[in-house]
Design a protein around this ligand. Structure first.
Ligand SMILES: [Zn+2]
Length: 57
């Protein structure tokens, strides 16, 4: 049901929970705060400008 409950199923959040800790999502250095990088297995990428950062570990 897409209508009626706008925030009920929000997929994108500024925060995510890892091992019970609240972790702030990384924002894009190109777009600035407010635009967050999408996490992938080995990298993070910005869906807005195309910025990609490889994971260090
Ligand atoms: Zn960006």
């Amino acid at each position: 049901m897409p209508n009626g409950t706008p925030n009920a199923t929000a997929k994108w959040s500024k925060y995510k929970v890892e091992d019970g800790k609240l972790v702030r999502a990384e924002s894009c250095p190109e777009c600035g705060p407010g635009v967050f990088l999408a996490a992938h297995e080995d990298r993070k990428s910005c869906g807005r400008c195309g910025y990609t950062a490889m994971n260090d570990s």
